[in-house]
Write a protein that binds this ligand. Structure first.
Ligand SMILES: *Cc1c(COP(=O)(O)O)cnc(C)c1O
Length: 466
């Protein structure tokens, strides 16, 4: 049997239900065709994100109960710090309430207007936090990572040519560090190979700039290395992670991903001065350096989650569940970015809805249709999220891909529920030609995809009926 085996059994359940089609139509209209604004009780299967949506284990809940709420130097922080140092190996561990707070601190102390941060692909909050400092977030993904149909093992790899070109163009004085996102969330949850990380690290050493990991899904990335990269089959997830992090000088981390918790994050740095300045800001914005915006119990749950995520049986099941969904989409003829990612499937909406131009948000149309047809919530990663102005010409630039991410929460949904999702995707393909494009009615100045309102282009209904 090729079904992924769950290495756990269920102890607590949460009831969910499917609202009627009439209600779904109403919720879509009221939300401005933006599923971020639909109440979660009206969602049946919620694949909006794998962030903060994990089911915690019995041991994590036990850790919550024994969390030490002392304001300063709690024992929960000591556990948090020592667990992180053990896996990541960096000198300074700065707790934050989530990943973007770690990014905000790092960028505030390192970036100035006109500075440039190369990354394989910046995640949306990372890009926004770089741009908030009036710096340039530069994506240097390898060519393989831009081809949604190519089956390749490490499509998160950075292009060393693009990286070198960035140093050539902007000069080392404007590039304080290089980032590498593992796995590459916005490029399909695709892993970065150890060989690529090593090459990037060596390049950075030559230039004298540090490499900082965006480490949100480091354990999933390590599992892919173990499975796919020569020489790592006999290494543990912990050994692979340590080897990877030793190539860098720090990381930002959203604990809401691979630390299996509902809230939390941290910033790790080797550099004394950056760490000191980040800690000064932390005091101002987040809290005392030994809790950084979290309760003691949250720190305790992160520490336990980080120990659990290194379990190869868990990772085999978790990534297997995503791969299995991909297999079903293959059988049903739904196009998605290949191969399946670690935490998500990314439906290729340009191929699925070829009649809708990028200016009318094909991936947002597919996302809205998933809700309409099955009360399934995914998220658009396309023009609504990433359309931007070229820094040199000022022209609108559409992203290369229009994707709908179906992110799978960790340890939450069953095989049957994911089978349902596959069938709803197939249903959207069936009615594809009758779906119309969308246009923006209102948008905020930054991170517009979270709150923008849209409507069917030119008004009227989303599904064209003759
Ligand atoms: C989620 C995520 C972040 C931001 O973390 P938050 O906890 O949501 O603030 C940064 N980078 C990547 C790759 C992510 O997936």
């Amino acid at each position: 049997m090729d079904l992924p085996f769950e290495p756990y059994r269920v102890k607590v359940v949460e009831r969910i239900q499917r609202v009627s089609r009439e209600e779904r139509v109403r919720f879509l209209q009221e939300s401005g065709y933006n599923v971020f604004k639909i109440p979660s009780e009206a969602i049946y299967i919620d694949l909006l994100t794998d962030s903060g949506t994990s089911a915690m284990s019995d041991l994590q809940w036990a850790a919550m109960m024994s969390g030490d709420e002392a304001y300063a130097c709690s024992k929960s922080f000591a556990d948090f710090e020592s667990t992180i140092k053990d896996i990541f190996g960096y000198k300074h561990v700065i707790p934050t309430h989530q990943g973007r707070a770690a990014e905000g601190l790092l960028f505030a102390v390192t970036l100035k207007p006109g500075f440039v941060v190369p990354n394989n692909i910046h995640f949306d909050t990372t890009r926004a936090n770089v741009e908030y400092q009036q710096a340039i977030a530069l994506d240097c993904i390898g060519e393989e990572g831009l081809d949604p149909t190519l089956e390749a093992p490490f499509k998160g790899d950075m292009s060393l040519d693009k990286l070198a070109a960035a140093f050539e163009k902007y000069g080392v004085d404007r590039i304080p560090f290089v980032m590498l996102t593992i796995t590459n969330n916005s490029g399909g949850g695709q892993p970065v190979s150890m060989a690529n990380a090593r090459a990037v690290s060596e390049f950075c050493n030559e230039k004298g700039v540090p490499l900082i990991f965006d480490a949100c899904r480091f354990a999933e990335n390590a599992w892919f290395i173990q499975q796919r990269e020569e020489g790592y089959a006999d290494c543990s997830i912990q050994e692979i992670s340590r080897e990877m992090f030793a190539l860098g000088a720090g990381c930002t981390m959203s604990a809401k991903k691979d630390a299996l918790v509902n809230i939390g994050g941290f910033l790790c740095l080797n550099d004394e001065k950056w760490a000191q300045e980040a800690t000064n800001l932390l005091l101002l914005r987040e809290g005392f350096p030994t809790y950084g915006g979290l309760a003691g119990r949250d720190l305790a749950a992160v520490a336990q989650g980080l120990r659990e995520v290194l379990d190869v049986d868990y990772l085999t099941y978790r990534i297997g569940q995503v791969a299995r969904l991909g297999q079903r989409l293959d059988e049903l003829g739904v196009p998605y970015l290949r191969p399946a990612g670690g935490h998500a499937i990314y439906v290729d909406a340009r191929t699925a809805l070829p009649h809708i131009p990028q200016s009318e948000f094909p991936a947002q149309v597919f996302t809205a249709a998933l809700y309409l047809e099955g009360a399934v919530r995914g998220v658009e990663i396309g023009s609504l999220m990433f359309e931007h102005e070229d820094p040199d010409t000022g022209e609108k630039v559409h992203p290369a891909m229009e994707l709908v991410r179906l992110a799978i929460p960790r340890r939450v949904y069953s095989h049957t529920q994911l089978e349902y999702v596959a069938q709803v995707c197939a249903r959207v393909m069936e009615i594809g030609e009758s779906l119309r494009g969308l246009e923006i009615v209102w948008e905020p100045p930054a991170l517009r995809h979270f709150t923008a309102s849209l409507r069917p282009a030119g008004g009227g209904k989303m599904v064209q009926t003759n």
